[in-house]
Design a protein around this ligand. Structure first.
Ligand code: GLU
Length: 314
């Protein structure tokens, strides 16, 4: 018997580099994973330039990253979205959150927050906001930033790679900033507004952003947006297993390489890092050919969860 299969909605994936430095090994892994996981299901793969944090943006880097992607053989769908041109959309989302009482102005400085914090914090720099302005700006205070109210109950989601996640935002960060004291919109708000505007259904990115996901889910819920599927891929460590230094990172990708010639080798290394088994005959192939193999054969279930060093073998 021939039963017609239910049509699946198209996958829309994306890669969203920040032009604060050249494309590095960690972002190469995220690019390959997001590309393969979108294209394996005949989906679209978008590129978004996250040039929101203007003081950290390095002039020329956005073009440098796009050139590197091209040399490696990536082809993206549609136009590049640039966050630096999207302030009106972020402002509209902030206004909606304020009007619904989900967000509020905050007049606290970092020092005041640190002084007022009662709960012990773990030294990673994140202090749960002690709710000083939650019930209204404290007397004599001017609004500095805007915060969103986090729910009292933990946020749960299932990551396609890292499995079931449960994050108690009230204990981790409390009401977090969505517009900063320097007037810039926060990454968390911008990403949520952009993923919705671009119709993104699948977010594949590095595990360093796993702790951002529950914050983004909170914002999606408050703004009435769908939550995409999430897959966080393992981080690349330095050769000794520690944090990847800037030097290791830069050295192992663009620096001193002819990417048009060696791109295929780097992509094969990224695929092996992601637990895939590309066939030996792909050695020496151009990047576009390796990516074509990835689009046809990528197995998300094979992606490991543990951070590991990145090995390039010719
Ligand atoms: N722009 C972020 C980065 O380069 C990635 C954000 C995301 O994928 O959501 O780390």
């Amino acid at each position: 018997m021939c039963v017609p299969s239910t049509p699946q909605p198209p996958v829309i994936g994306r890669f969203a580099p920040s032009p604060t430095g050249p494309l590095h090994v960690g972002s190469l892994v995220a690019a390959v994973a997001s590309y393969a996981m979108a294209r394996r299901r005949g989906g679209l793969w978008l590129v978004r330039m996250e040039d929101l944090d203007t003081p950290r943006v390095v002039p020329g880097m956005a073009d440098d990253i796009l050139r590197t992607l091209e040399c490696l053989g990536f082809d993206w769908d549609g136009d590049i979205m640039r966050q630096s041109r999207r302030a009106a959309a972020y402002g509209a989302a902030l206004q909606r959150l304020l009007a619904a009482g989900h967000a509020y102005p905050c007049g606290c400085s970092r020092a005041e927050i640190a002084r007022a914090a009662t709960a012990p914090h773990d030294g990673d720099g994140e202090i749960p906001y002690p709710n000083l302005c939650r019930g209204g700006l404290l007397p004599g205070k001017e609004p500095r930033s805007f915060r969103v109210r986090v729910p009292a109950e933990p946020v749960e989601f299932t990551d396609l790679v890292m499995g079931l996640q449960r994050h108690d935002l009230a204990a981790i960060c409390g009401d977090f900033v969505i517009k900063r004291a320097d007037g810039l919109f926060a990454y968390q708000l911008a990403v949520v507004v952009d993923d919705e505007a671009q119709g993104v259904t699948q977010v594949v990115r590095g595990a360093d952003l796993l702790s951002s996901t529950p914050r983004q889910i909170v914002l999606q819920r408050l703004l009435g947006f769908d939550t995409p599927a999430y897959a966080h891929v393992p981080l690349v460590t330095g050769p000794g297993g520690g944090k990847l230094s800037k030097r290791d990172n830069a050295l192992s990708l663009a620096a001193g390489r002819d990417l048009t010639r060696e791109g295929g080798m780097l992509l094969l290394a990224a695929l092996r890092f992601l637990g895939q088994s590309p066939p030996a005959e792909l050695a020496g192939s151009p990047g576009a050919r390796v990516l074509q193999w990835a689009a046809g054969n990528f197995d998300p279930l094979a992606i490991p969860t543990a951070a590991a060093p990145f090995h390039v073998s010719p």
